[in-house]
Design a protein around this ligand. Structure first.
Ligand code: NDP
Length: 331
C-alpha cells in the first residue's frame, strides 16, 4: 500500500524533495470503520499552505505523515451499517492507495448527479467556493462588470459562468491560449485576457470601459495590482486565493489602500468552510444549473498514484484546465 508523505517543508516552490512515495501497512477496519480503495485524488492550491509550519485556518501537514485532502474512494470492506461494499464515497482522505477510516468521515456520492469526479470539482469544494464567494460577497447585479483571475481553473471557471447566469459582463484572466479560447468559446466570457502575453493593465482598461464592479480574485500579485485602479464606486472584491504568492510570501507590490478608499470598495477574504451551514443551498443551485446545461466544467486528469506530486506541482505552473485530479484506480 503506497502513500505520499511530506518529508521536508518547502521554502519556495515545492518539488520531489518535499513529497515522497512510501510503503505502509493497511490497518484492519474495526467496528464502525471502512476499508476504502482510493479512486480519484484532488490536488488543490491550499495544500501548499498546509505544507508550511505555523498557525493558519487549518493545521499544517505533519512531517513524515501522509498528505490528506479531497478524494473519491470505493468501499472494499464495511463494518458499518451505513455503507456496503462497492459504495462510492467522498471525503478528506490520506494520499494512500487504501485507507481505513471511520464511517462518519465520508459520505456517499450520488452518481445520478454526474460523474463521481464532480464531487471534487463543480459539485464539491471548488464549486461551492465559487458560488458563495460570488453570490454572497460579490452580490453581482445584471449589467455589472465582473473580473475573474485564475479564470480557467476549478473555482474560476465556475465563477465566470455563475457571473453570466447573473447577467454580468464577465472578463476572465488566465495564462495560456488554450485557456483564453476555452473561456471565450466554451464559457462565453465577454473578454479573455492572457496575462502572460498581454500588458494586463492595458488589457483590463480596454476590457472594462465602464470600470470594475466585482473582482473575484484567485491569484493576487501583479494581476490584482493592475486591477485596483479600475474599481468602481462600491466595488466588491472577493479575496478567494492568492496563488501567485503561495511560493513567494514576501513578494511586495504597490500600495492599494487609496484605491479602496476612492472607490468605497469592500474587500472580503473568506474560506468556503465559513458557509458550511449553507452547503446544501449551494449544492442545489450548482446541481440544477449543471442539469439544465447552464453550467459546464472541465477536468484535467493524470493517471497513476505516483503522479499525485507532479499533478500538485502543476497547479503552480498552470498545467490544469478546470479541476486537476489524479485517477488512482478503477472502481
Ligand atoms: P486552479 O484550478 O485555478 O489551479 C491553479 C491555477 O492558478 C493554475 O492553473 C494557474 O492558471 C493559476 N496560477 C498558478 N500560479 C499563478 C501565478 N503566479 N499567477 C497567476 N495565476 C497563477 O485552482 P483552484 O480553482 O482550486 O483554486 C483557485 C484559487 O482559489 C487558489 O488561489 C486557491 O487557493 C483558492 N481557493 C480558495 C478557497 C477558499 O475557501 N477561499 C477554496 C478553494 C480554492 P494560469 O494558467 O491561468 O496561470
Amino acid at each position: 500500500n503506497r502513500e505520499i508523505q511530506l518529508v521536508q517543508r518547502p521554502e519556495g516552490t515545492p518539488n520531489h524533495d518535499h513529497l515522497k512515495v512510501m510503503n505502509t501497512n493497511i490497518p484492519e477496519p474495526q467496528q464502525g470503520e471502512l476499508l476504502l480503495k482510493t479512486l480519484y485524488v484532488s490536488v488543490d492550491p491550499y495544500m501548499r499552505g498546509r505544507m508550511n509550519e505555523g498557525k493558519s485556518y487549518i493545521p499544517p501537514f505533519q512531517l513524515n505523515e501522509a498528505i490528506s485532502g479531497g478524494a473519491v474512494a470505493q468501499v472494499t470492506e464495511s463494518n458499518s451499517p451505513e455503507f456496503e461494499k462497492g459504495d462510492i464515497v467522498t471525503g478528506s482522505l490520506d494520499w494512500k492507495e487504501y485507507s481505513t477510516v471511520k464511517a462518519e468521515s465520508v459520505r456517499k456520492v450520488d452518481p445520478s448527479l454526474g460523474p463521481v469526479t464532480t464531487s471534487l470539482g463543480i459539485l464539491g469544494m471548488p464549486g461551492l467556493t465559487a458560488y458563495f464567494g460570488l453570490t454572497d460577497i460579490g452580490q453581482p447585479k445584471e449589467g455589472e462588470t465582473l473580473v475573474v483571475s485564475g479564470a480557467a481553473g476549478a473555482v474560476g471557471s465556475a465563477v465566470v459562468q455563475i457571473g453570466k447566469i447573473y447577467g454580468c459582463r464577465v472578463v476572465g484572466i488566465a495564462g495560456t491560449d488554450e485557456k483564453t479560447s476555452y473561456l471565450k468559446e466554451e464559457l462565453g466570457v465577454d473578454v479573455a485576457i492572457d496575462y502572460k502575453k498581454e500588458n494586463v493593465k492595458e488589457a483590463l482598461e480596454a476590457a472594462c470601459p465602464n470600470g470594475v464592479d466585482v473582482y473575484f480574485d484567485n491569484v493576487g500579485g501583479s494581476i490584482s495590482d493592475a486591477l485596483y485602479p479600475l474599481l468602481n464606486k462600491f466595488a466588491r472584491i472577493i479575496q478567494c486565493g492568492a496563488i501567485s504568492s503561495y511560493n513567494t510570501p514576501n513578494d511586495q507590490g504597490p500600495r492599494i489602500h487609496m484605491h479602496l478608499i476612492k472607490a468605497s470598495a469592500l474587500v472580503k477574504g473568506f474560506t468556503v468552510g465559513d458557509y458550511q451551514d449553507r452547503f446544501k443551498e449551494g449544492f442545489d443551485h450548482l446541481s440544477s444549473w449543471l442539469k439544465d446545461g447552464k453550467l459546464t466544467y472541465e477536468e484535467t486528469i493524470q493517471e497513476g498514484f505516483e503522479q499525485i506530486p507532479d499533478a500538485f506541482f502543476g497547479l503552480f505552473k498552470g498545467e490544469n484546465l478546470g479541476k486537476q485530479l489524479v485517477k488512482v484506480a478503477d472502481p
